[in-house]
Structure formats: structure tokens, C-alpha cells
Design a protein around this ligand. Sequence first.
Ligand code: PMP
Length: 428
Amino acid sequence: MDSFRDLVVGVESFVPLKDGSFIKYINFDNAATTPPFKNVMWFINYFSEYYSSIHRGEGYKSRVSTEIYESAREDIINFIGGSKEDTVIFVKNTTEAINKLSFKICSQYPNCVVLTTEMEHHSNLLPWRFRFHIDTVRTDSCGRIDLENLEKKLKSYYGMVKLVAITYASNVTGYINPVHEIAALCHKYGAKIFVDCAQIIAHKKISMKNEDERKNLDFIAFSAHKMYAPFGIGVLVGDKNSLSSGIPDIKGGGTVKVVTDDFVVWDDLPHKEEGGTPNVMGVAALISAINTLNYIGLDKVEEYEKRLLKYASEALKDVKDIRFYCDGIEDKVAIIPFNIEGVNHNDVARILSEEYGIGVRNGCFCAQPYVHKLLNLNRSDIKNIIRDSDITKRPGLVRLSFALYNTFEEIDRLKFALEEIVKKYSSI
Ligand code: PMP
């Protein structure tokens, strides 16, 4: 199977190097954002003739736009294997979805315990930290979730844990959590589960429902910009009953049935939770991306990206002085974190860009507790990090993250570039 290169915008772009020459760009930073599909951009262009503000407009364009916006909810439920009991709330991105969910859970269970894990992105850590008593499930030395530690915590807080918030796939190591097994464990102890799907959604078919209903996922969230659609739109999906109580976090136009001087009757879900003029174009683009992923088949995407991952892992082993993290884990999305002994991660990323036209990300990827643990840093190391004003000298990793349009030849070019970097810079 060839890569799905023809479907994606910008994969043949040339970019300038430091010496003034131009080279074909390689993007290995897809965990941050993927480029859009060509037909998503085509659809945005086409729909721009018809779009209009939705819901209360009786004009033709308002009705067409409302239809596209509202019917998208069912397409999303089908795409993520949700059920009729679930509602789809459109938000800006995963971060906003998690903040919204934390507001909802807090209004229902203000004194409860929320469990997160050491592996989380800050977006699935900080929204919980300031509203709840939180505790953190440990990872092992390789970065995997410690399920025994999870069960121990569920037992010791018996009945007080109302939610476990965990990522489906790590944005640092790519490691995939056994979320349905974890769901069964949460439900056994009376907790619900929220799964951050930002890193899985474009790489593997997911299903909130499971044939064993104890393993169902209660809430999920993801962002369109990590699945070949533009920025500014994401979703929170979850059980209507849990999301319907309380007042909305964002109050304003579109959220009410009645307002008088002294009382408010809130609208039903999902409108109550979508304050302000909705991002109709974003939703249309997201659905176009979902249709394209359905057309390609996520099983094929997963299989192709696994081959890229295997090829890269094996090829890069030959690079002298490379150090991998979480080596040997089978069940992961196509992400490789690494360092080169003797060359700062920031320099590796900069040189790859300036001298070889290869885009990667470096640092802690908004997952500092996890990266610090992978790097074996202790508290005093972390205090020193805070003191050091030069952020480029802070500890971190280089991250490669592949997507369906990357190729084996691109990985060969990366290997060549890393070998050159080791030769030129690692002894300085
Ligand atoms: N969770 C994970 C695992 C992520 O990788 C990211 C983005 N890097 C987020 C949450 C936040 O996504 P967004 O910035 O689109 O809100």
C-alpha cells in the first residue's frame, strides 16, 4: 500500500534552508497538527457560497447551514461508535472540551476525587487540578500505565472517585492505553471514564460502545486540527444525563429557551452548552475530514502507519548515540521520542529544520510530568529547570510523529540527516 499522499495539501512544498537553497519539506510533527485533506479545503471553498449563521435564520442559506451543522452530530456518533444516549457538543478544541467537562462534573460532584495519570497532556491535567481533589495514577519505568496502581487508588478512595481522566494514546510515547479494560475497572468502583482521544482519532478506529457494556467509554474529546481539518473546532461527546445538569460554563446567545429580568430557562443539550454563534464552517470541515477517513478506512491507515513506525524504529537504531524512550512497546501510534547523546534536543530540532528541511517538535510537549519521569529527573532537577532562564537549555526530547501521507523515503532522509548531525555536532 502506498502512502495516502495525494489526499493531503502541501506535502510537496519546498522550504528555504539556512544556506538559501530550497528543499522539499518533510513534516514529522503530525501529533501537533496534521495538514488538511485536499477535499476538506475544497469543501470549505464550495460551502463558502452557501454558509450563513444557523438555527434561527429562515433564509435558504441559514437552513442549509443548520442542516449541515445539526446532521454532523449523527455522523460523529457513527464515527466514534457512540450511542443514542450520547450527545455531541461542539467546542473549540480538546482543551476546551475537557475544561467544559470538568465544569460539569464539578457542578454535579463538587467534593469528589478525580484520578488522572502521569502520562497526561497538560490539557487533561490542569482543568481537573483546580476544581477537584486529584490523584495521579503511576506509570512504570517504560511509561506504561500501571493498572494495579489504578485499581489500588480506586479501592482506597472507594466511592469518592467519580471520574478517571486518561488519554487513549500518549502524545509523547504514542503508547496506547487499554481504555476499555480501564473503563471496566472504573465502572466496577462506581467511577466514570473520560478518554482524551486527541492522539488516537486520526490513527485508529475507536468505539465508545463495547460489546460488554461495562467497558463502554463515558466521555471522549478530540480536535479537528489533528485529523486533517483546520483549527478551531473540536468535540466533547458523552452521556446526555451526565452532561445535562447544572448551568452552562459559557452563558449567552443560543443557550436559553426563556430569559426574563429575573429568571432563565436553559435550552436542552447540546445547544445549552454551545454559547455564542457556532463555528459552522469548522463543523463542515470536520465532517468532510471524517468522510475522507471513512473512505480510506482507518484500519488501512493504522496498518500503514504501523509499517512506517517499524521501518523508522529499525532504521534509526543504526544512528550512533541515539537514545530511545519506551523502546519495544507494540501497541502504540506512530510516535518516536528520542535524544542524541551530546546534542541538546533543541539543537537537533533546529538543525533538522535549518539544514535538512525536516520539521519535528522538541521539548516536553505539554506533558512535563511524563517527560520529566522518562528523563529520570528529580525534584531538585526540576527546580533548577525553573531557575534557568534559557528555555532552550531545559531538558526534553525530540519527537517524531508520523501520519498517513509520510513515506519510507522521508524516513531515509531523516536517518541520513541524523547521522550527519551526530558526525558534525555530537563531539562538540
Ligand atoms: N491531549 C493530547 C493528548 C494532545 O496531544 C493535545 C494536543 N497536543 C491536547 C490534548 C490538546 O489539544 P488542543 O490543543 O487541540 O486542545
